[in-house]
Ligand binder design. Structure first.
Ligand code: ZN
Length: 498
């Protein structure tokens, strides 16, 4: 076969893989939004079957042949980078013995089910043996995959390639001490936001209509997406022309849906604006968890909780909100949606204390994977760290170590991406300000210049660029926490008047 013929055959093989991937994704969306209760079991089996097929193709002799024949030879950049992606997946999966892989997949689903029950009962002991096995498997896999300095690096690589323990251990303490300082100042401030006013009954229809108007201004493409109800909100990409978002409405607290929708739409804009030339290849997706989170957090916090945004959108808000809000001043409202208060649950945390929640998890999982602490000691260590970092101590494991699903599914090395995304977002904002008058754009109600900037600099590339390459190409520097610290300091100085 000529080089062109091999390339064509490779692209066809990718298309076949992609057909499985698209079917799996659509079923996953259905499982989390629409499926009737009795249909779940059979549907889950179908997902299992299709996933196995896809996995077989990713580690097949055929893909290995394509890698050997095409690597370093193609003049087409998309094919070359696709080959590298396929090679990474191939190597990663082939290094794990098949029996171990199967055992692990079963352990993951069992682990999640047991975790669910253990969390409901606040009974860590019940979950402990499963978590011990999950940690052991992850240590084993990390050693198969290999690493240079710290075993945890091998796991970080799965979510944020290029970022290492060395980097995080330099950056996180810096962020932590600045946040602690800010937190102290806030705690001694005389400003006490009244959040009671946010709990006014706000019917679902109004919340939805308001959110749709905001989505329109953001430039979410309704011809390539849709919005549905769910329990745990998410964004999901079926393909680049079918990027869906979901939300949950709480009629006593509109923040869940309104800020949640802005957040998920931030993820969706990234996927909708990836260059369509990448469709059908493994490059047609956001490049990393961290860069993805930089997009959602930018829209949710940097814009959605921004003072100018509420100054210029408060009338829009009142148009859909119950009449009770007529009497709420903009200042009271703005302070309330930006209240800082240490709390136990990560996903309910405010902008300032959120990164501290991530650092608690990072410190613990790094120590677990390095064998420095034991799973059985986690509840106590968790509570101690919460007290040290946030000044509060959980009363039960439900609001402590058992709150997140990540470890139950074997996702170690994932948590840092949330904090990284936040730092990236601040770095991008700083750079964007050189050419875009963000305040003016927000006032105009048409956010396309911001979306366009993100598309030109980040979205279009999909996985053609690695996360730290994007960061470097856009900002001219590596990971730098100073921008986030500056952003938070300026914001809370203004709100809490210190
Ligand atoms: Zn997110």
């Amino acid at each position: 076969m000529s080089l062109e013929q091999t390339e064509k055959a490779f692209l066809d093989y990718l298309k076949e893989q992609n057909a499985y991937r698209e079917a799996i994704t659509l079923i996953q969306w259905d499982l989390r939004t629409k499926v009737p209760k009795k249909g779940v079991e059979q549907r889950s089996e179908v997902v299992g079957y299709l996933s196995q097929k896809l996995h077989q193709m990713q580690v097949s002799d055929k893909i290995k042949e394509f890698i050997d024949e095409l690597k370093g030879k193609s003049t087409n950049e998309i094919i070359e980078k696709s080959i590298l992606e396929c090679e990474e997946t191939y190597e990663k999966n082939r290094k794990i013995p098949e029996t171990e892989f199967k055992e692990y997949v079963m352990l993951q689903s069992k682990g999640e089910a047991v975790w669910q029950e253990a969390r409901d009962k606040a009974d860590f002991a019940m979950f402990q043996p499963y978590l011990e096995k999950l940690v052991e498997y992850n240590k084993k896999f990390a050693s198969y995959w290999g690493y240079k300095e710290n075993i945890y690096d091998a796991l970080l690589h799965n979510y944020e390639p290029g970022v290492t323990v060395k980097t995080l251990d330099e950056v996180f303490p810096k962020v932590r001490s600045s946040l602690s300082e800010l937190l102290q100042k806030i705690e001694t401030s005389s400003i006490r936001p009244n959040t009671e006013l946010l709990h006014t009954h706000f019917p679902k229809k109004g919340q939805k209509d308001l959110s749709i108007e905001i989505l329109n201004r953001m430039g979410y493409d309704w011809d390539a997406g849709r919005l549905d109800d769910t329990i745990h909100p998410f964004e999901i990409t079926v393909n680049l022309n079918d990027v869906r978002i979901t939300t949950r409405y709480d009629e006593q607290d509109f923040r869940m849906a309104v800020f949640g929708i802005i957040h998920e739409a931030g993820h969706a804009l990234y996927e909708q604006n990836i260059d369509k030339k990448l469709e059908g290849t493994p490059l047609a997706s956001g490049t990393s968890m961290g860069i993805h989170e930089s997009q959602s957090l930018f829209w949710e916090n940097f814009l959605g909780r921004n003072k100018i945004f509420w100054e210029s959108h408060y009338d829009l808000f009142k148009k859909y909100a119950p009449s009770h809000f007529e009497n709420v001043s903009l200042t009271d409202f703005y302070q309330a949606v930006n209240e800082v208060k240490p709390s136990f649950i990560r996903i309910e945390a405010d902008e300032l204390t959120y990164p501290l929640h991530i650092m608690v998890r990072y410190e613990l999982e790094k120590a677990l994977i390095n064998g420095e602490i034991e799973v059985r000691d986690l509840p106590q260590l968790w509570n101690e760290k919460m007290e040290e970092y946030l000044g509060i101590k959980p009363q039960s494991d439900r609001e402590g170590v058992l709150q997140d699903i990540h470890w139950a599914g074997g996702d170690f090395g994932y948590f840092p991406s949330y904090a990284l995304g936040y730092m990236y977002a601040a770095q991008f904002e700083h750079k964007m300000l050189e050419t875009v008058n963000i305040d003016q754009v927000i006032r105009s109600g048409d956010f396309s210049p911001i979306r366009q900037w993100m598309t030109n600099n980040i979205h279009q590339y999909g996985k053609m660029k690695k996360p730290l390459d994007i960061l470097n190409d856009v900002t001219g520097e590596g990971l730098n926490p100073d921008y986030l610290i500056r952003y938070l300091t300026t914001k809370y100085q203004d709100i809490y008047q210190f």
